[in-house]
Write a protein that binds this ligand. Sequence first.
Ligand SMILES: Cc1cc2nc3c(=O)[nH]c(=O)nc-3n(C[C@H](O)[C@H](O)[C@H](O)COP(=O)(O)OP(=O)(O)OC[C@H]3O[C@@H](n4cnc5c(N)ncnc54)[C@H](O)[C@@H]3O)c2cc1C
Length: 423
Amino acid sequence: VPWDVVVVGAGAAGLVAAERAATRGRRTLLLEKNNKPGIKILMSGGTRCNLTHAVDRRAIVEAFGPPGRFLHSALAALSPSDLVELVEGEGVLTKVEATGKIFPVSDKATDVLRAFTNRLGRSGATLALAEPLVELERTADGFRLITSSRVLEARTVVITVGGQSYPGCGTTGDGYAWAARMGHTLVPSRPALVPVTTSAGWIQPLQGVTIPDVAVRVLAPTPEAANDEGQPAAARKSICLDSRRGSFLLTHFGLSGPVVLDVSRAVTGHSRPQSLLLECDFLPAIAAPILEERLRAAAAAAGKKQLLAILPEELPRRLTETLMLRAGLAPESKAAEVSKVARAKLVHAIKATAIPVHGTRGFKKAEVTAGGVTLDEVDSRTMQSKLVPGLYWAGEVLDLDGPIGGYNFQAAFSTGWLAGESV
Ligand SMILES: Cc1cc2nc3c(=O)[nH]c(=O)nc-3n(C[C@H](O)[C@H](O)[C@H](O)COP(=O)(O)OP(=O)(O)OC[C@H]3O[C@@H](n4cnc5c(N)ncnc54)[C@H](O)[C@@H]3O)c2cc1C
């Protein structure tokens, strides 16, 4: 007897899709490549799982930019507050952090996963672990699925295999080949939410330094400036590809932290990443002229103090020392010794340091994959393929990627839910 529904991939989207389908009385099989479900839920948010964001449906749609429109029906089916209610209904209390990110009170991703596996268990769906789907074919009245160990028949199939980032988790982009074979158009995949590497030698010694609030702009040379290779990077005419504000982390390979991950999409989407600069304002709360005036006044009032001592406390000392050196100032300089020109250079270093981009850490270290199955070919009211009746797509395999903050899980859970309600 064929299955009513086979869901492929027991990640965020698949766990919910299978539970919904089975709860609605469909004979449902959930296939998973790994020997346990929900690996990315377990490793997400530093194993704390940032499951969604404390905003309404509209703000989730907006966070995804123009493609976010695709999510209207899915979010109407499962909104951020519905998701929180669902998890809390399984006894997993949640909390909203200052950034708006929602986590389990326990800070344990295992608790979030348990909420979903509990529901799946009650639904009557069959979970088959360590059984990857290898081939997907159409038949006269449904699909033939060839797994690593058997051949299955199904009336409907929901593909929730995710993207191709962190391939070590089992997400190796398997869905794209099936999509292409079924006639779907693919938007080329690329890493998103990925740390950025740099050729700037001064970064590496600062590894481990975190700055809570940095405004980052991704600058690309204008077409005319791109031909002018002789020019120093910082003096080129440029256009801003993206700008964000948030926490910034310096690492042994370059740059990370939420704000860097959020702008990384502009880096991986550019044909020549090495021509890009990340312009960093390490003190976005204070405008440059005000900062300059404050430093002047502080130097006049306490000239014998070290300049370092009168610099804003928000800036980590290791960073300010480096920025001073880069502005041509010895870290032990006395406040009164600093000339107007040197002060302006330091303010520039604090407010507009341009870090040359080398590239990114690639799919291996990307939290999300951008690109995937074209949204135009999927009915956003059901998640059903517009090309192949009975075939559904949900989660990251779709051409959807959102910012850091729980948006990607929300999209996966909501689209998975809607698919499971529709099969
Ligand atoms: C390190 C890290 C941290 C993250 N932190 C967060 C966070 O805090 N908040 C947030 O919103 N997002 C976070 N994300 C992103 C989030 O994990 C994904 O957007 C989300 O998991 C996508 O859900 P999905 O169900 O579409 O795919 P996935 O969760 O990736 O699930 C896909 C499943 O399909 C399985 N599979 C693949 N191929 C096959 C096959 N051939 N046969 C059978 N099964 C297959 C995989 O093994 C996997 O279990 C993070 C990602 C990473 C890598």
